[in-house]
Each structure stands twice: as C-alpha cells, then as structure tokens.
Design a protein. Structure first.
Length: 165
C-alpha cells in the first residue's frame, strides 16, 4: 500500500516490540526515515539489527519518554540527524500486572508517567519541531483496555482514555 510517505521522518516512542515495532516496519515499508527510542539499549540494538537484516536502516536512541529532558534530547538528535520531524507516534506504554489494592504508589507513578505524561511531553516537543517544519502528524497509541477495562490491568489503563478524546 502506498500512503505517499516516502521521505517523511517518522518517530516512534517505545518502538522496540509489539505495536511499536510493527509501526517501525510499516513506516520503513512506506520508505520513511525512522527514529526509535526506548528505555532498553539492548532492545534498541536488537531492533536495529533486525531491521538491518531486512535491509532497513533506523536511528535509535535510549530515552525515558517520561523525563522531559530525555525526550527533548531525543527529538533534538532526530532533528539534527534527519533535518525534520514529520510524524510522531506516542506509543510507549506499560502494563503493571497488579490489582488495585496491591499496586504501590511508585508503580502507579510509573504507569502515569509512562502512559500519560509521556504523551504530553512527546506531543509538545514534536509540535515544536513540526511548527518549524511547516506541519506534521502526531499519533497517540492506546489499548483496547482503555475502553474495555480488564481486571488484571485495571490500574494501568485509566490514563489512556484521557488522550482518546
């Protein structure tokens, strides 16, 4: 399928597995230049090697998207590497497998920071570069559990519907 994205720069947060990795491959197949960040250097290196084995090149950088300076540094590095940012996918997310009554405050903070705060921070920094470049698209990934809660991950999903509206 040709979506007329050739030459566009696509950034995916949390792109080392699952939906994020599928986004990486989809944008590469559309001839986009792709940048990916994640918390795990090992997973980033593995993704880069897997894409290289398929004949694709990607830009990777370790970053915690719930930390403002790290996401700013990542966006700046992508901009310096590719010269623009056209598409930004806020995909990073975690699922804490704990019941509400068992979840610690630290785990709750991690969920909120990763699943909600990172969307704000990513959208904010992406928009700044997109305004410079004349426009762009910001996509926010979510989970079916955002609208159909699951008991085992119920404490994890409340942030997701906040950016679906």
């Amino acid at each position: 399928m040709d979506l007329n994205l050739a030459g566009k720069v696509a950034v995916i947060t949390g792109g080392t597995a699952g939906i994020g990795e599928a986004c990486v491959l989809a944008f590469l197949r559309e001839n986009c230049k792709v940048a990916v960040c994640g918390r795990s250097r090992d997973k980033l290196d593995q993704l880069k090697n897997n894409m290289a084995a398929r004949g694709y090149e990607i830009y990777i950088q370790q970053a915690d998207v719930s930390r403002q300076q790290e996401i700013r540094d990542f966006a700046q590095a992508v901009y310096e590497h590719y010269g623009k940012i056209d598409i930004w996918v806020n995909n990073a997310g975690i699922a804490a497998r704990a019941r509400l009554i068992e979840m610690s405050e630290e785990d709750w903070d991690l969920v909120l920071n990763t699943n909600l705060k990172s969307v704000f921070l990513g959208s904010q920094v992406a928009a700044q570069y997109m305004v410079k470049g004349g426009g762009g698209v910001i996509l926010n990934a979510s989970s079916y559990a955002a609208v159909i809660p699951q008991p085992a991950v119920a404490p994890t999903e409340p942030p997701r519907p906040l950016f679906l509206i």
